[in-house]
Design a binder for this molecule. Structure first.
Ligand code: SAM
Length: 256
């Protein structure tokens, strides 16, 4: 993919490769000429910890306006991705709000989806919580995962006030999220979804473990492949948002 430099005055950082403005993410915020240019009926989606972009893929395919934030340079070529730490995005938003020049990209967001890394919450054999689980009840109860990226996500949601938001994680996150006031809104298979969103009928999905088996050990993106949110799930969420106008439109069945 060709990368070009930002066309804003003398800025020489990398332009957002997917965006017609030719600006980098920061200059897009600064240019007074940029106005709200979303097309009619287009949803505006912010995908945090976007990885390969699975969570927001159905929105991209439906030509919605999607911005993905990811900090792994190996994933910079994933469409719609801005390579940035989510903590930096939090700071940019706070500054933009304080100075009254918030990036127009971040105004009037319909949906924020976020998949903070699940390593600390996983109950898998070699994950930290899986290890303490085998050490006994007390060790398990005293285990404290790093919640920072959850807090940062909640700060962003609080500042941007999207119409809907969904934070995805694994079952091992539930007892820790409850301590910070987050209760699962929907859970099925390995997926736990927190937030405020129209509930939907869970799609039939391939098991997570099976999905990862195809990726070779030693591949630096193995964990990212395993973490991809399936297109069917992204589609179900989009459909629920687009089609459910009232509670009576919901015909889903919640799985435990
Ligand atoms: C669970 S995966 C996301 C999977 C993604 N939803 C998908 O469908 O492909 C978490 C991602 O968060 C990224 N990440 C971790 N810490 C981050 C940070 N501080 N800022 C931005 N991205 C981060 C990781 O590189 C990883 O790709």
């Amino acid at each position: 993919m060709m990368s070009s430099e930002c066309k804003f005055y003398s800025c020489n950082s990398q332009a957002m490769s997917f965006h017609p403005s030719g600006y980098c993410f920061q200059c897009y915020q600064t240019d007074p000429k940029i106005s709200k240019n979303a097309k009619k009926n287009q949803l505006k989606v912010l995908d945090l910890f976007s990885g390969f972009g699975g969570f927001s893929e159905a929105f991209v395919l439906n030509r919605d306006e999607v911005l993905r934030i990811e900090n792994n340079p190996l994933l910079s070529e994933v469409k719609h991705t801005v390579l940035m730490d989510v903590r930096k995005l939090r700071d940019i938003i706070a500054e933009g709000l304080a100075e009254g020049n918030l990036n127009p990209y971040l105004l009037n967001i319909d949906l924020i989806v976020a998949s903070p890394p699940c390593y600390d919450f996983s109950l898998a054999f070699s994950a930290p919580q899986g290890i303490v689980a085998r050490k006994g009840k007390e060790a398990f109860e005293n285990y404290e995962p790093d919640m920072e990226l959850f807090y940062v996500t909640l700060e962003i949601i609080e500042m941007l006030k999207p119409r809907y938001y969904i934070i995805e994680n694994v079952r091992g996150s539930i007892r820790h999220c409850e301590k910070i006031g987050l209760k699962p809104r929907q859970k099925f298979q390995a997926y736990v979804l927190y937030g405020n969103f129209p509930m939907f009928k869970p799609p039939k999905l391939e098991l997570k473990a099976k999905k990862g088996n195809r990726i070779q050990h030693g591949n630096p993106l193995r964990a990212n492949y395993r973490a991809i949110i399936p297109l069917e799930l992204s589609e179900s969420i989009r459909l629920a948002i687009v089609e459910q106008k009232t509670i009576f439109d919901f015909n889903g069945v919640e799985e435990e």
